[in-house]
Ligand binder design. Structure first.
Ligand code: AMP
Ligand code: MG
Length: 315
């Protein structure tokens, strides 16, 4: 039988070479990171960036996150500041993205940042992507490897289901450990969290010893789109299911093991719940449930990020 997943590769020297060659040519590859899987292309290449928007069907006004191996690489493209260095020291490489001003000499193609004079940068923490970034002489523009507004992928097969054979290389790096997208923090003027994530506002405040602005940002970005992270069936928050064709996402030990109940974390661990969120929504959809109801999930720490994704998915 023909292997339908023939574009999914395990990581080895030969595949690494093939991947680098492909990226050097301005082609796209699906890569694992610790947050979710990404659709990667050369951030300095018009062809690659155009390809990302096209394949994802992503609105042009939604800027991409640019990924670097280290600070030396990043300093060519963005103006680093004190708050950046503090947060970088504490959390990087890791699930946090910084919005910073672009340098005049930056080679990032302007469509990658939706023509803004700012860039969102991240230093991902996954062995495979670190190996690749270290070998390239350009950073990777890399949004999540899903169709715009749909659920982000957390393993190689999820990526395949989005793009099938339109993506020539998908590297299998196992299940994404964190399972939701990075925290995005604006460091350009008033400090502000643009998208909540596993690293929460309390942790950021502690490092910077400042308050975070609550004012709305004018910058349009995908994490801020109203409808996002959708599994493709209706989601109803804070209510119980009415019948057995409805799934119930729950959290904590008070819920029984019933066939249509899906517990994000029996031990009520919000980090574990976040890592199970997209996986669980996909499972429910595949099992043929018609709607998803969701029990109340505590709104602190990683719970803020979980509720953010659920609220957007329910719109
Ligand atoms: P995604 O790549 O789909 O995981 O989402 C990209 C995220 O990066 C969005 O939620 C935005 O908040 C953020 N972003 C990217 N570039 C910028 C930028 N120049 N200014 C503000 N936010 C940005
Ligand atoms: Mg995304």
């Amino acid at each position: 039988m023909k292997n339908i997943y023939s574009n999914i590769y395990s990581f080895n020297k030969k595949v690494l070479k093939k991947t680098i060659k492909s990226l050097n040519r301005g082609n796209l590859v699906g890569l694992p990171t610790e947050t979710v899987y990404g659709l990667a292309g050369n951030a300095y290449s018009k062809k690659a960036v155009k390809g990302i928007y096209k394949l994802k069907r992503r609105p042009k006004k939604n800027p991409l996150i640019v990924h670097y191996y280290d600070i030396a690489q990043a300093s060519k493209d963005v103006i680093l500041n004190k708050n950046f260095f503090k947060l970088h020291k504490k959390f990087c490489p890791g699930p946090i993205t910084f919005v910073l001003k672009k340098t005049k000499s930056s080679k990032i193609v302007s469509s990658a940042t939706s023509n803004l004079n700012t860039v969102a940068i991240r230093f991902p923490n996954h062995k495979i992507i670190k190996t690749i970034l270290k070998l390239l002489d350009f950073p990777l523009a890399m949004p999540s490897a899903n169709l715009s507004s749909k659920l982000s992928p957390v393993n190689a097969v999820d990526v395949f289901e989005n793009f099938k054979k339109n993506l020539k290389i998908i590297i299998d790096g196992g299940q994404s450990k964190i399972g939701i997208e990075s925290t995005v923090v604006d460091l350009t003027k008033k400090l502000k969290i643009l998208r909540p994530g596993i690293i929460d506002s309390e942790e950021i405040k502690k490092v910077l010893k400042v308050n975070l602005s609550k004012k709305g940002s004018k910058i349009k970005s995908p994490g801020m789109l109203k409808k996002h992270y959708s599994p493709g069936i209706p989601i109803i928050l804070g209510r119980k299911p009415k019948n057995s064709s409805h799934a119930y996402i729950v959290f904590g030990k008070k819920f029984k093991n019933i066939y249509n109940y899906f517990n994000l974390s029996k031990k009520a661990d919000l980090k574990e719940a976040a890592s199970n969120l997209y996986k669980t929504m996909r499972r429910i959809k595949k099992k043929g449930f018609k709607k998803i109801f969701v029990a109340k999930i505590p709104n602190f720490g990683p719970g803020v990020a979980i509720n953010d994704r659920l609220t957007r998915a329910s719109r």
